[in-house]
Design a protein around this ligand. Structure first.
Ligand SMILES: NC(=O)c1ccc[n+]([C@@H]2O[C@H](COP(=O)([O-])OP(=O)(O)OC[C@H]3O[C@@H](n4cnc5c(N)ncnc54)[C@H](OP(=O)(O)O)[C@@H]3O)[C@@H](O)[C@H]2O)c1
Length: 320
């Protein structure tokens, strides 16, 4: 009888290990895996926390050992050393994911940086810095992981921004990088259609994160100052209005919810604008309409108001 009970116990344990993904090696392919770049803080960390707590397996990209250790301690998370500018780390990350044997269903291009600078004064090295992370980063990561995503007919979500539509004084380099992500998403989406891979852009407004804290740290450590700038006053006003501390902004859970829809809903959308208030929605939608009006204004085949509304109705019908 004792032997029978013992066998039963082993059998139950074995069945449980098959049933619960987190428990078992045997069940790796049942648990959809997602790679998130820049998972150490802000939006990337929130996506990692939310998806892993819902039972998805997250490969969390980070650069510093302390962040890698912290992420690794979370259930359903395996941290991966991943600087999006370093091909050796990217290639090693691909090998790690392949070896794990879960495949890769979702890719979230999240890692990003900001700089604030007037375009007639910004140093080329600073432009290279931001474009390297915000544009070449998603390009490199997507290219490297595309075979795994294609194999699983998976999804790609890139964290763009409402700055992918808006552009203001001093935000030029950041907006240029995020406008690039809008174009990246549209072209990639068309190219991935034949592989049944869906591609989305997520356009957050202002949420709490370390993005401005990191920007200010970098300015300090690179001795970037505006004391000789033609825009000294405006810049000082902007920095004091913005500040490193973004805790007055909302937690980015809404952004993570949009990423979850882009990755796992049956009917993923090409774009998810997620803003914390109506004002930011208004800025963005008004700007896109303003651009439409400006484009139409002086062209040889100018549409009148009625024709424009007809086009709008057609586009609305397409998205229903
Ligand atoms: N927060 C907002 O309001 C907002 C709005 C619109 C869009 N976004 C976008 O959201 C994304 C996440 O930003 P966040 O606001 O959450 O800022 P954040 O807290 O500063 O997070 C940025 C993340 O990117 C990582 N990163 C920076 N350079 C990297 C590199 N070369 N390789 C790999 N990782 C790198 C950082 O890692 P380290 O810790 O190692 O530096 C960090 O994990 C960015 O693409 C940003 O443009 C943010």
């Amino acid at each position: 009888m004792k032997l029978f009970m013992c066998h039963m116990y082993v059998f139950i344990l074995f069945s449980m290990s098959i049933t619960f993904g987190g428990f078992a090696q045997e069940n790796k392919t049942d648990q959809k895996a997602v790679l998130v770049t820049g998972a150490s803080s802000g939006i990337g960390l929130k996506i990692t926390e939310e998806l892993s707590s819902k039972g998805y397996f997250v490969y969390a990209g980070a650069r510093k050992q302390a962040d890698l250790d912290r992420l690794n301690a979370m259930d359903n998370v395996q941290s991966i050393k991943l600087d999006v500018n370093k091909w050796d780390e990217i290639n090693a990350a691909v090998e790690t994911v392949k070896k794990e044997g879960r495949g890769l269903y979702g890719l979230v291009n999240n890692a990003g940086v900001a700089i604030l600078n007037p375009l007639i004064e910004v140093e080329e090295a600073d432009l290279e810095f931001i474009f390297n992370v915000n544009i070449y980063g998603p390009y490199r990561i997507t290219k490297a992981f595309a075979p795994l995503i294609i194999e699983s007919k998976g999804r790609i979500a890139t964290i763009s921004s409402i700055s992918g539509i808006l552009s203001h004084s001093f935000f030029g380099p950041y907006s240029m990088s995020k406008h690039a992500m809008e174009a990246f998403t549209d072209a990639l989406s068309a190219e991935m259609k034949k592989f049944d891979v869906h591609v989305s852009a997520i356009e957050p407004g202002n949420y709490n994160s370390k993005i401005i804290e990191s920007l200010i740290k970098r300015m300090e450590s690179n001795d970037i100052s505006f004391k000789n700038s033609l825009y000294k006053e405006e810049f000082e006003k902007l920095i004091s209005a913005y500040g490193a501390d973004r805790s007055r902004f909302k937690d980015p859970k809404e952004v993570s919810d949009a990423v979850e829809k882009a990755l796992f809903s049956d009917n993923p959308k090409p774009r998810y604008m997620v803003v914390p208030n109506e004002m930011e929605a208004n800025w963005t939608i008004t700007q896109i309409l303003r651009e439409m009006v400006q484009l139409n204004e002086n062209q040889s085949y100018k549409y009148d108001r009625e024709a424009l509304i007809e086009i709008l109705d057609k586009v609305l019908a397409e998205t229903e």
